[in-house]
Design a protein around this ligand. Structure first.
Ligand code: ATP
Ligand code: MG
Ligand code: FE
Length: 345
């Protein structure tokens, strides 16, 4: 079965084709970073309009890269939520129209399920059950995962997400947009420990996180009269280390709590090299293992949506026959259920 995946939840237009027999056939991505850079953040109306502009060409490019025609596609999977309503509507409309024109099913997919399952796309995929650390621009969550759609929330951020903390801290340090990767890059040339920042909620006894105070702690350092901008890399390194220390400690505590040794990391912050090295070393010491998506598939993309949709469709998930544009801008992941099969007639 060849599944076309469409992702438009925020500022990336992603299209991909996943083949349940041969794997990922093609994936194309257009990032709107340049469009939003002048505003220092995503402008929803501009995002929607750009998705409209890009999708037709990306669809053609993806089919060509896979060596397929539209008639070869067996099903469409699209990001239905969570995300920006206008942006989601574009992907949902195109996906449902494509499916209706070809008489094939269209399956709404949860964006975070796409992130969470993306490490299963790698050459050496993890087996269920595992603990997932979802660290993206909008979410920081620890989940116990028993199978597709079987997710139990173990803990989450009570305020900013980890990626959001990276982005906001980068902004107050005057780094470019989007700041997360630039802050991480600067941290590589600095030394953690020369500044001392808090490790929020490290000893809270639960599996929740808080990152907004860390950003304020950085603001206090750079607002002090003796602040020396030449020490920016050391401050970035300490900030990164603080985030990584808390993420690592809570991920280990989650594994201990549920008695597992397999950790899966997904979402944009999963591309962070310091986080990867720290988690790899910690799990190796405990006889466990960490799985990540390919670095290029950590942030938003169509491949993870095509893949999550394909897994559900292959498991027999039934798709409503009536064509309707289904979006859900707010959609808690724990509401998801395992693939539901249509009753036998
Ligand atoms: P969500 O999936 O929760 O809706 P999102 O789609 O915006 O949010 P992603 O695309 O998964 O999030 O990830 C983007 C985030 O990842 C940004 O906040 C970005 O700063 C962060 N990020 C990307 N690369 C790195 C890195 N190397 N180090 C730290 N953060 C990073
Ligand atoms: Mg993005
Ligand atoms: Fe995302």
């Amino acid at each position: 079965m060849k599944v076309l995946g469409i992702e438009t939840s925020c500022d990336e237009t992603g299209v991909a084709i996943y083949d349940t027999d041969t794997g990922l056939r093609a994936h194309c991505l257009h990032s709107q970073i340049d469009l939003h850079a002048a505003y220092g953040g995503v402008v929803p109306e501009l995002a929607s309009r750009d998705h409209i502009r890009r999708l037709p060409l990306l669809l053609r490019q993806t089919l060509a890269a896979a060596g397929l025609a539209a008639a070869d596609i067996d099903a469409v999977a699209y990001t239905s939520g969570p995300g920006l309503a206008g942006a989601l509507l574009v992907g949902a409309s195109v996906a449902e129209s494509f499916a209706m024109a070809r008489g094939i099913p269209a399956l709404p997919v949860h964006h975070l399920e796409g992130h969470l399952l993306s490490p299963l796309l790698s050459a050496d995929p993890p087996a269920f059950p595992f603990v997932a650390l979802l660290v993206s621009g909008g979410h920081t969550q620890l989940m116990r995962v028993r199978g597709v759609g079987d997710y139990a929330l173990l803990g989450e951020s009570v305020d900013d997400a980890a990626g959001e903390a990276f982005d906001k801290t980068a902004k107050l340090l005057g780094l470019g947009y989007p700041g997360g990767p630039q802050l991480a890059g600067l941290a590589e040339s600095g030394v953690p420990g020369r500044f001392r920042l808090p490790r929020p909620m490290l000893h809270s006894g639960d599996l929740d996180f808080s990152f907004s105070g860390l950003k304020t702690a950085v603001l206090n350092v750079v607002s002090a009269p003796d602040w020396d901008p030449a020490r920016m890399a050391d401050l970035a390194a300490e900030f990164q280390q603080a985030v990584v220390d808390v993420l690592c400690a809570k991920a280990l505590a989650a594994l201990k709590k549920v008695g597992l040794k397999t950790l899966v990391v997904a979402g944009g912050v999963g591309a962070n090299r310091c986080l990867r090295a720290t988690l790899d070393a910690a799990l190796a010491r405990r006889g466990g293992r960490v799985h990540y998506p390919e670095p290029a598939l950590c942030t938003d993309n169509g491949a993870m949506i095509a893949f999550a949709g394909a897994l559900r469709l292959a498991a027999g998930e039934s798709v409503p026959e009536v064509c309707a544009v289904r979006i859900r801008p707010r959609w808690p992941m724990v509401e998801l259920r395992p693939p539901v099969q249509a009753p036998a007639i």
